[in-house]
Design a binder for this molecule. Structure first.
Ligand SMILES: NC(=O)c1ccc[n+]([C@@H]2O[C@H](COP(=O)([O-])OP(=O)(O)OC[C@H]3O[C@@H](n4cnc5c(N)ncnc54)[C@H](O)[C@@H]3O)[C@@H](O)[C@H]2O)c1
Length: 284
């Protein structure tokens, strides 16, 4: 991997399943790849004890500038993006692991404003979204007419809020939500990230026109299933261009992140370190 400057100083915000995996990769492989881990922050610092060297533990997120990071990776919760995303961009590029935060228009505006003001990039991890580049290309060419992302798993894998938290599971397969992704993100902030990535990959449709479907499926105890269905314009015969991908990702029972998505995040981290640091929102 050739970085335009080395070493790239990386900070990690959040030390759950994704954060632990990224920190371990950074400690093991970072030096040979030109990446230096400069801090790890977690809401509960006790969780880092014994596994993160104490010199790398950051107690106060507001003090991250003292570590001079080039890139801060958020793998905690959309709330961190709402509360601290713009502040992080003052000091470094930001890799957003919880893009459902961007369904909030105030947060999106604040991040874009800070990105341009401080000349730092907002990278968004594609996470579980298969075919991100193809969706973006079709969208940029003006050929995307509809995009629908269905995420199905066992109800134990959901962390739902508001009306969705009290929704009744009425059978083996229950549709909990079907509608614009913007309406789902506030109530399923940790289970709508793939749909949010799709909305960002397809700005012509965006959060208001990409359709998200959340399905509780009692048979999927150890699997996250994501279906992406898109349509383009009709051809000369009247039939439309159409793509349907179906992704089955093994997951630990009750986890919000499936195994293959953990690998995808590491590739996103490596990918965004190779991209130019230009303002705006960029999927990686
Ligand atoms: N883009 C995607 O496709 C995708 C896929 C999987 C997970 N994610 C998101 O990445 C994030 C991390 O996922 P994970 O599997 O590591 O989760 P996890 O539950 O294993 O870990 C989350 C960590 O963040 C901390 N945290 C939780 N709520 C917080 C809050 N309000 N403020 C600060 N810290 C908080 C927890 O203490 C924990 O250390 C989540 O937001 C998740 O939804 C995105």
């Amino acid at each position: 991997m050739a970085l335009d400057k080395a070493p790239w100083k990386v900070g990690v915000v959040g030390y759950g399943r994704l954060g632990q995996s990224l920190v371990s990769h950074l400690l093991d492989q970072g030096p040979e790849l030109g990446l230096e881990l400069v801090f790890v922050w977690n809401r509960d610092p006790g969780r880092m004890a014994g596994s993160v060297p104490s010199s790398l533990q950051l107690q106060d997120l507001a003090a991250l500038g003292e570590r001079h990071p080039d890139l801060v990776v958020e793998v905690a919760h959309p709330q961190i993006i709402h509360e601290s995303g713009a502040q992080i961009l003052r000091h470094a590029n930001l890799l957003v692991g919880s893009p459902s935060a961007l369904a909030n228009q105030t947060t999106e505006r604040q991040l874009l404003g800070a990105s341009h003001r401080w000349n730092h990039a907002v990278f968004v991890a594609r996470g579980a979204l298969w075919g991100t580049e193809d969706i973006s290309r079709l969208d940029a060419a003006g050929g995307l007419q509809s995009l629908r992302v269905t995420m199905a798993t066992h109800p134990d894998g959901f962390r739902l809020l508001g009306p969705l938290a009290s929704a009744h599971i009425t059978g083996p397969r229950t549709v909990l939500y079907e509608g614009p992704v913007r309406g789902l993100c506030p109530f399923a902030p940790r289970n709508s990230n793939t749909m949010a990535a799709a909305a960002l990959a397809a700005p012509s449709l965006g959060f208001d026109h990409v359709i998200g479907v959340l399905v509780a499926d009692l048979s999927l105890t150890d699997l996250h299933v994501v279906d992406v269905e898109l349509k383009g314009p009709p051809g000369p015969s009247g039939r439309s261009f159409a793509v349907h991908t179906h992704r089955e990702n093994p997951a630990e029972p009750g986890a919000v992140t499936g195994s293959a998505t953990v690998t995808a995040f590491w590739r996103s981290l490596l990918g965004c370190c190779q991209l130019p640091s230009r303002p705006g929102i960029h999927l990686c």
